[in-house]
Design a protein around this ligand. Structure first.
Ligand code: MG
Length: 272
């Protein structure tokens, strides 16, 4: 009887801690008194894994093709939304030879792009390539982009081939949250792919998570995130926040650093 009581107390303590966590996170004021480095950590390093041969996955029959290599499919499916004014304009990334490349010319239509359509849970495939570039570009200013799931939660895209950075900002990290399980990078100039399985959150009436978002990320055939619980929104400064939301677009990041922009091709999504 005593044993059951003790076990019960332990279970209750665990559930209280878990139940309180979203509230604590939610009440945190974003980044107050913090610097960006306060939410970065650099070890332990995920092991380096050499991926197998490149495989290009064609879109399955029930997929929505978000980019097929043509300018038309970019403008049909993607827009740029001004973060300040919310003005919506056609996506103006550079489409050439079947790939689209980040446009960092903010004065001429550059910036992040996001899908016109909004999604709940999904399977997303996309291929990306970091160009070869000057070694002076290091850490986070080397091939930085990102896949923002439902426009809230970033899976980092970065050149982590012999490029050191904080581990919760590496390729395939849930940015500033969870490092990848491995480093499966190909060299700059070679095509990489992500397969992302994303499970959308469910919210309570008070805006806290009833069911948190979960994500699996496969990079070049190697699992980097295995049904990882997402703690909250992606914040550059401070810790994740809990913000209630519904379906949302996929956003591809235009990182405003001076290194050359990365390219994407063969993007498709299956609703789940
Ligand atoms: Mg990024």
């Amino acid at each position: 009887m005593k044993k059951i009581f003790v076990l019960g107390m332990v279970a209750m303590a665990c559930s209280v801690t878990f139940a309180q966590q979203p509230q604590d996170v939610r009440n945190d004021k974003i980044g107050v008194g913090m610097t960006p480095t306060m939410s970065e950590y650099w070890s332990p390093k995920p092991k380096v894994v050499t991926p197998g041969d490149q495989a290009t996955a064609g879109a399955p029959s029930d997929a929505i093709v978000l980019f097929d290599g043509t300018e038309k499919s970019m403008t049909d499916n993607w827009v740029t939304v001004n973060a300040r004014t919310k003005e919506v304009n056609p996506a103006k990334w550079i489409v050439k030879d079947g790939v689209m490349t980040v446009n960092k010319d903010y004065k001429n239509g550059g910036g992040d792009i996001q899908t016109k359509e909004e999604f709940g849970s999904y399977q997303l495939h996309l291929e990306w390539c970091v160009p070869e570039m000057d070694p002076k570009f290091t850490s986070q200013i080397r091939g930085n982009s990102g896949v923002y799931n439902q426009n809230m939660y970033e899976v980092q895209v970065l050149d982590c081939y012999n490029n050191d950075t904080y581990v919760n900002g590496m390729t395939g990290s849930i940015y500033k949250q969870t490092p990848p399980l491995a480093n499966a990078m190909r060299k700059p100039g070679e095509w990489q792919y992500y397969d992302i399985i994303y499970s959308a959150p469910v919210f309570n009436a008070d805006g806290t998570y009833k069911v948190r978002p979960y994500i699996t990320v496969i990079h070049n055939g190697v699992v980097l995130q295995n049904h990882t619980e997402i703690l909250g929104t992606t914040e550059y400064i401070g810790f994740p926040q809990v913000k209630a939301h519904g379906d949302g677009p996929i956003l591809l990041q235009c990182h405003g650093d001076p290194s050359p922009g990365i390219s994407f091709r063969n993007i498709w999504i299956r609703k789940m």
